[in-house]
Design a protein around this ligand. Structure first.
Ligand SMILES: Nc1ncnc2c1ncn2[C@@H]1O[C@H](COP(=O)(O)OP(=O)(O)OP(=O)(O)O)[C@@H](O)[C@H]1O
Length: 246
């Protein structure tokens, strides 16, 4: 199977304190992949280091067998909502249009074609009626849909989302997971940092389970087991059945 991602020996620290230790894994293309682990396990840090948004101490990251810097246009990233400045004065359609910039190149501005595409992306997430609204006026779920539309506008091959379901309504969560599953069905690879363990088996094909170190990666059935979960969360998961998951 062709590899979407290969990580070797990844180490990351903040101010000399190591928060990611010796993480290595590789996973195939066309999967919906959950990144799980307890609070402070280093999930966001690992995602940012993979994307080259923060420096790593050492380690190797390959996306489709290539260095990340040659793959940027093909990668869409949706940060945690709490990482963004929601007072920034920009409306919904212009936010989505930003997604078309990487494909446009340096000196071209979005034209009719890009604007039409941005509208289509907004329709996919059910937010077309809000095109002219300021981004800061929207609910959490609506903001998350708009950021997914921006990622769709990028026509990326790979998507990285940091906790897209935190603090949003049920309908938005359903819309977003359906779109992510559709992207996977089209052969794209989608990574999602995720908290709600009750949804893991329904949402994901593969899991990356970490707590500073890699606990295990691979198909959900193999990773989402009492022994591995107990090791990662350092608490007992008595409700989990060893044979059939939860
Ligand atoms: N900018 C930063 N400067 C210093 N320490 C940081 C920084 N960002 C995160 N940390 C620390 O690094 C560790 C890993 O944090 P990270 O946010 O990556 O974990 P996480 O698994 O995403 O957590 P959560 O599930 O709570 O969002 C934590 O101990 C955190 O306090």
């Amino acid at each position: 199977m062709e590899k979407a991602i290969e990580i070797n020996n990844l180490h990351v620290s903040y101010y000399g304190k190591e928060v990611i230790q010796d993480i290595s894994f590789s996973l195939g293309k066309g999967k919906l992949i959950g990144i799980i682990g307890p609070n402070g396990a280093g999930k966001s840090t690992m995602m940012k280091a993979i994307l080259g948004l923060i420096p790593k101490d050492y380690g190797e990251v390959k996306i489709h067998g290539k260095e990340i810097k040659t793959m940027r246009k093909n990668i869409a990233y949706v940060p945690q909502r709490s990482d963004l400045d929601w007072d920034f004065p920009i409306n919904v359609i212009d936010t989505v249009l930003l997604g078309t910039y990487p494909q446009l190149g340096l000196f071209r501005r979005p034209g009719k074609k890009e604007k039409k595409w941005a509208r289509e992306c907004l329709e996919k997430v059910g937010m077309e009626k809000f095109a002219k609204h300021q981004i800061g006026e929207l609910s959490g779920g609506q903001q998350q849909r708009v950021f997914l539309a921006r990622a769709l506008a990028q026509r990326a091959e790979m998507f990285f989302l940091d906790e897209p379901f935190v603090g949003i309504d049920v309908a938005s969560e359903q819309t977003i997971i359906n779109i992510l599953k559709q992207l996977r069905d089209e052969g794209k690879t989608v990574f999602v940092i995720h908290h709600d363990l009750s949804k893991v088996e329904d949402y994901f094909d593969d899991l990356i389970l970490i707590n500073k170190k890699l606990i295990q990666s691979g198909p959900v059935r193999d990773v989402f087991q009492r022994e591995t979960m107990t090791r990662a969360y350092q608490t007992n998961f008595p409700f989990m059945n060893m044979e059939v998951g939860v």
